[in-house]
Design a protein around this ligand. Structure first.
Ligand SMILES: [Zn+2]
Length: 401
């Protein structure tokens, strides 16, 4: 650790002493599935309390209104929890963004609810890695930076949203607003691999619902007067699936609709997920979707409304992002941690931040694994390790002003 300054060494000491294990255990013991508003409210209050140790004011802001398409093709409002938002020293020369999410994929009725020791040094529990552990790491790093003599050079915003696991529909605007004017962003998703490897490039992701309206008729007496919405939706699914190519995955995931066997189906809803690797492929995919919708609608004489879009833009590894990755790698090397990165097929808020032109490393959180499953675990030693990595990265971002 010879390359570390006195300030850096002091920050690392603070990270090691931070009560991260207690915090993760406390936060993960409260269910905060994306749809469990009462649990989210409790976790948001706990986080607001913990983050109030930083200067600046912590606000819990209401989610933006969101609608979703339900089975009868109508739009219906969906509620989301509040988002934590804080601003610290907005006049400082170096402005950074720190983000995380308080929600998990485990709903209130899921079987996976408690925190327990899987073995010595390995904690199991819902969200321990994704990402309540990451939130503890973020807080410890920021507290350590606040103790350093360089703190007044650094200003930042923190956003901890409550709907990341469902695509951040109600917090995307807040993230975009907070990203404005930032030199860099760090997001605290768990490392891509248990060895600490970061996620580099990510594809984008779009969810679409296509509502097909046909015309009902008697299946035996006058079927020729009917227009079958179900088969039109099926054809659209096949045509969209055929758009798959290098750099674009397409997954038709559900068709709802139809009715009794003696009626030509007049309503069907097709849901599809598409993941383009680059913004160019996203733009081409959008045009191709519109073309296929128009073709099926005209050939089958049905009407098709499309709802949804590419909520997560692709996140290619830009030269600016690569610079930030190299800074993190160097910080890791000085701490005796080997940090590599690799492309990931997953998406997260890092996609949305990168689309604002702000370089982001979005897997600054803990080492662990099996996330989104009841085997999710956190390697407890990684709390101090990753907090030190973050603190060092932040201090060096401030130096480069
Ligand atoms: Zn996550």
């Amino acid at each position: 650790m010879s390359a570390l300054t006195k300030t850096e060494l002091a920050a690392i000491e603070h990270c090691v002493a931070a009560p991260m294990l207690d915090q993760v255990s406390q936060w993960a013991a409260v269910n905060s599935g994306s749809r469990h508003l009462a649990g989210l409210e409790r976790v948001a209050a706990d986080l607001a309390d913990a983050f109030s140790a930083l200067p600046g004011t912590v606000a819990l802001e209401d989610a933006a209104p969101v609608e979703t398409m339900v089975a009868d093709g109508a739009l219906s409002p969906v509620s989301h929890g509040q988002n934590l938002h804080m601003t610290v020293r907005p006049q400082a020369p170096v402005q950074l963004l720190f983000t995380g999410h308080m929600d998990t994929v485990f709903g209130a009725d899921h079987g996976f609810q408690t925190v327990f020791w899987r073995e010595e040094g390995v904690l199991g529990g819902p969200g321990v890695a994704d990402m309540k552990g990451g939130l503890a790491v973020m807080l410890a790093a920021l507290k350590a930076v606040e103790k350093s003599p360089d703190a007044d050079r650094i200003g930042y915003e923190v956003v901890i949203n409550s709907d990341e696991e469902v695509g951040s529909p109600a917090s995307a605007a807040l993230l975009v607003q907070a990203a404005q004017g930032k030199r860099a962003a760090l997001t605290y998703e768990p490392a891509a691999l248990p060895d600490g490897t970061l996620a580099g490039a990510r594809p984008g992701s779009g969810n679409f619902a296509f509502v097909v309206h046909g015309r009902s008729a008697h299946a035996g007496r006058n079927p020729e007067e009917g227009r079958n919405a179900l088969t039109a939706a099926a054809e659209l699914a096949l045509r969209l699936e055929a758009l798959k190519r290098d750099g674009l995955t397409v997954n038709p995931s559900r068709i709802e609709g139809g009715g009794p066997s003696n009626v030509v189906a007049d309503l069907a809803i097709l849901r599809v997920n598409l993941r383009p690797r680059t913004p160019e492929i996203e733009a081409e995919a959008k045009r191709a979707i519109a073309d296929e919708v128009a073709a099926v609608a005209s050939e089958r004489d049905v009407s098709i409304e499309a709802d949804g879009g590419f909520g997560r833009p692709p996140k290619p590894l830009t030269p600016e992002a690569e610079k930030l990755f190299n800074l993190v790698r160097q910080a890791g090397a000085n701490l005796g941690q080997q940090i590599a990165w690799q492309a990931s097929g997953g998406v997260c808020d890092g996609n949305n931040i990168a689309a604002c032109g702000v370089p982001v490393v979005d897997t600054m959180g803990v080492r662990g694994g099996k996330i989104h499953s009841p085997e999710e675990y956190l390697i407890v030693d990684s709390l101090a390790e990753r907090a030190a990595l973050s603190a060092l990265t932040i201090l060096r971002l401030a130096e480069g002003a």
